[in-house]
Write a protein that binds this ligand. Structure first.
Ligand code: ADP
Ligand code: GN1
Ligand code: MG
Length: 376
């Protein structure tokens, strides 16, 4: 299955051949596809070294989504080194609390074989990933971990980071791309989604608020993660604490509202991102309260008053933007996100728009929550 998919995509290496290029310790035992990401091809490999068993994560990076791999890997290298030092200083365990790259046998931090790129990390053991927030407690701790992540990077010099995907969360630019996709209608599906197109157009005014705030200096530009889905955090299986923020591909200068909003978009839903039955999809305000409380505790006094006041809007914006991206990809013919069936992107778009509508009705409550938990 894996082999024929690889062959169809014309890839040169599979994980079995790529693994030999990395400085893994011990004898290879077994391995296979792993996780539930929409972008990279991820594998988990087990090695035995004497009586020690070690696992590694091996990933074929998506060069369609990330055309500039040298910049991406540079960013990951410098950020993980910085975080590692910070974690060590605070008495933590860097190999558990941030990603650790495993170099290639020739000492590089990734492998490039004629433009096909692979990288490896230590597998962080005894951890769990959630696709749905199991409880307010778990999700609240996610908030703390993402808040702390931004706070830890507060002293990091953002100018050393390249912009991996230009305009990644520039919603105005996303809107322009959406309109271009509707016009080009590459898949011929635009007629099927007239209501969804109207939904996006009716909210066009949302698109420029954060980018304008960054441009005029009223919203601080920080080092942000930009893809703060619940399944991009590892939880310690024993303590159920969020211990490590992963998936660092999109670390770039950005707004804290992107990280807060994207986490809310995914984690405050009562159903999966691709739940086809919309009756099951709701915005859960108690999860929002838990997350906001955790996030504000994690970020401490680093957040500004304006940012605090805009957390509710950031949540709506990121959910709207993501729904618009799924819709754009559906109209483009599913060229960006991995899909498992024909209408997968459309189903994802519907869950996002349902959440947007519900959040829009609860902004005042969301604002009251943020005001309650912001550190004085
Ligand atoms: P994608 O960009 O495709 O989402 P991720 O980097 O998020 O790829 O990895 C996909 C999944 O692999 C994660 O959701 C997580 O379950 C698992 N994973 C990634 N890195 C590690 C790691 N170092 N240790 C343990 N599990 C990991
Ligand atoms: C992608 O890589 P992953 O699966 O964590 C996407 C995010 C979207 C998300 C929607 C680089 O995230 O921007 O919000 O899917 N990542 C990229 O689920 O486009
Ligand atoms: Mg991921």
């Amino acid at each position: 299955m894996e082999k024929s998919r690889d062959a169809a995509r014309g890839v040169k290496l599979n994980f079995m051949t790529a693994k030999g290029e990395f400085a893994f310790e011990g004898e290879y035992v077994d391995g296979g596809p792993y996780g539930d990401g929409h972008i990279n091809d991820t594998y988990a490999l087990t090695y035995r070294d004497g009586d020690k068993t070690r696992r590694y994560i091996l990933q074929r990076m998506n060069t369609h989504v990330f055309p500039d791999i040298p910049t991406l890997m540079h960013n990951i290298g410098v950020v993980t080194r910085y975080l590692s030092q910070k974690i060590e200083e605070s008495g933590g365990d860097p190999e558990r609390e941030t990603l650790t790259l495993v170099p290639t046998r020739s000492g590089k931090n990734y492998l490039d074989t004629d433009g096909e790129c692979w990288r490896a990390f230590l597998f962080i053991e005894d951890t769990e990933v959630y696709q749905l927030a199991e409880s307010a407690e778990v999700f609240g701790d996610t908030g703390r971990a993402f808040g702390l992540f931004i706070a830890r990077l507060d002293g990091f010099d953002a100018s050393v980071l390249g912009e991996v995907i230009p305009n990644f969360h520039n919603t105005a630019d996303r809107y322009a791309k959406f309109e271009a996709a509707v016009k080009a209608n590459k898949s011929g599906r635009a007629d099927m989604v007239k209501d969804e197109i109207e939904f996006v157009r009716a909210r066009k005014k949302y698109c420029s608020r954060v980018v304008d705030g960054i441009a005029d200096g009223s919203i601080p530009l920080r080092v942000t993660h930009n893809d703060t889905k619940l399944n991009n955090i590892l939880f310690d299986s024993a303590t159920k604490k969020a211990i490590c923020v992963i998936d660092l591909d999109t670390i770039m200068p950005g707004s804290l509202l992107y990280d807060f909003g994207d986490a809310v978009r995914f984690g405050c839903s009562t159903a999966l991102e691709d739940e086809p039955d919309l009756d099951k999809v709701h915005f859960d305000i108690s999860l929002y309260e838990a997350f906001a409380k955790g996030f504000l505790a994690g970020i401490g006094d680093k957040i500004t008053e304006k940012e605090t006041k805009m957390l509710s809007f950031g949540s709506v914006l990121m959910t709207y933007e993501c729904g618009m991206r799924f819709l754009t990809d559906f109209i483009d013919g599913d060229v960006y996100f991995k899909t498992k069936y024909d209408t997968h992107n459309l189903v994802r778009c519907h869950t996002q728009f349902k959440l947007v509508s519900e959040m829009e009705g609860r902004l005042a409550e969301m604002d009251a929550i943020a005001a309650r938990y912001r550190k004085a």
